[in-house]
Design a protein around this ligand. Structure first.
Ligand SMILES: Cc1ncc(COP(=O)(O)O)c(C=O)c1O
Length: 376
């Protein structure tokens, strides 16, 4: 494709830290870039218990372990979500209870959560779609009233804010992605923040193979042994070296995403005024990170025709997600609560346009011009 859907941001400064890691060989015990990244999140985003993982998928699986999710427990989540959001809990034998989304930003509709709560409900999973916060004030009220945990999937929202708080601060546990398709990337990586400190001690056991290794290395245990379920969740030092460089450049990287996002919005506004497409419209208090730019077409048929038209011009545009409850495995692992008013219909209209750090204005204008000629 002449204009790809995404390219991982490379600022040019990553090489320095990667070379330093290779030269120093500190891959175990003392892992300076792991420490630097984790301290960075504590210092800059108020996440004092932030830990790097190999992926956001792993972070979600770790969240399910940390919350002690068991067979028969129920976890409420949007059906418009990535498969890892549901898999993490299905793997523990839990039932995914899908709830409808708001039609504009595709965030879980907080007004439909209470009706989905039963005496088996353990947690609510929220997804900051496109780096835009959910209505955490309302969700927190519901979670407190029913004594439920909040798992905030912030895979998309690194560097985005709601009011004066960075996303990732709204869950008992929050998860992050630094995979190749995210604004801030280390090729493949993730993070988890434990805001609810009561979960911390168990968390460390699950995080490090299911052992008390952390306490052993700190001299707090005389033996290092198997304590509970776990896996090899921590990220590698080499990936952390790349990630730290990107974190140092987060304003530059996210700033470019926002610049391109605003330009798309401005240049496509006329198509929206003519009633041909719908543009994203994040709430004013949400300082998003422009993780993705999506438009909504009239219906699925028009979206598919548009994808074909853009492909013919060597422009890659993609849609996601196939709602989990209508996927092959979705109804085996869960159920939809209430009516699916917007999840299916809105997801069928949604199309993500190419957007990446190194995208030139000329490339963006080419995408816009293709859209204008499709709708002429
Ligand atoms: C909302 C959401 N959660 C989790 C993930 C999984 O992220 P990772 O690729 O880091 O495992 C993704 C992947 O894109 C995602 O979109």
């Amino acid at each position: 494709m002449k204009i790809p859907f995404f390219k991982t941001a490379i600022t040019g400064e990553e090489q320095k830290y990667i070379s330093q890691t290779l030269a120093d060989g500190k891959f175990f015990a003392e892992r300076p870039f792991i420490a630097k990244c984790e301290t960075w999140f504590a210092k800059n985003h108020g996440l004092s218990n932030f830990f790097l993982t190999k992926s956001c998928t792993h972070s979600l699986e770790l969240a399910a372990l940390a919350l002690d999710i068991k067979t028969g427990d129920e976890v409420i989540m949007p059906s418009f979500a990535f498969v890892a959001c549901a898999n993490a809990f299905a793997l523990r034998g839990a039932i995914c209870v899908f709830v409808d989304v708001h039609p504009d930003g595709m965030a879980i509709d907080e007004t439909k959560i209470e009706a989905a709560i039963t005496n088996k409900t353990k947690a609510i999973l929220t997804l900051n779609y496109a780096g835009v916060a959910c209505n955490y004030e309302a969700i927190k009220r519901i979670a407190d009233k029913h004594q439920l945990y909040i798992i905030e999937d912030n895979a998309h929202g690194v560097g985005a804010k709601q009011g004066d708080k960075f996303l990732g601060n709204f869950g008992d546990v929050s998860t992050f992605s630094f995979d190749h398709l995210k604004n801030i990337s280390c090729g493949q990586g993730g993070g988890i923040a434990i805001k609810n400190e009561k979960l911390l001690e168990n968390f460390f056991v699950h995080y490090e193979f299911g052992t008390n290794r952390r306490n052993f290395f700190k001299g707090k245990a005389d033996r290092y042994e198997w304590k509970n379920l776990g896996s090899n969740f921590p990220l590698s030092e080499l990936n952390a070296a790349m990630l730290f460089s990107q974190l140092e450049n987060i304003e530059k990287i996210n700033g470019r995403f926002v610049e391109l996002w605003n330009l798309y919005h401005e240049k496509l506004d006329n198509l929206q005024t003519q009633g041909k497409i719908t543009l994203p419209n994040p709430p004013i208090e949400s300082i998003h990170n422009a993780h993705c730019f999506f438009i909504k077409t009239k219906d699925e048929e028009e979206r598919n025709a548009l994808v074909k038209f853009l492909t013919g011009k060597e422009i890659s545009a993609q849609f996601h997600y196939t709602p989990l409850h209508s996927s092959e495995f979705g109804l085996k692992a869960g159920k939809f609560s209430g009516e699916d008013v917007f999840t299916t219909s809105e997801s069928k209209r949604l199309l993500r346009l190419p957007l990446y750090y190194n995208m030139s204005i000329t490339e963006l204008e080419e995408v816009v011009s293709a859209l204008l000629s499709f709708y002429k």
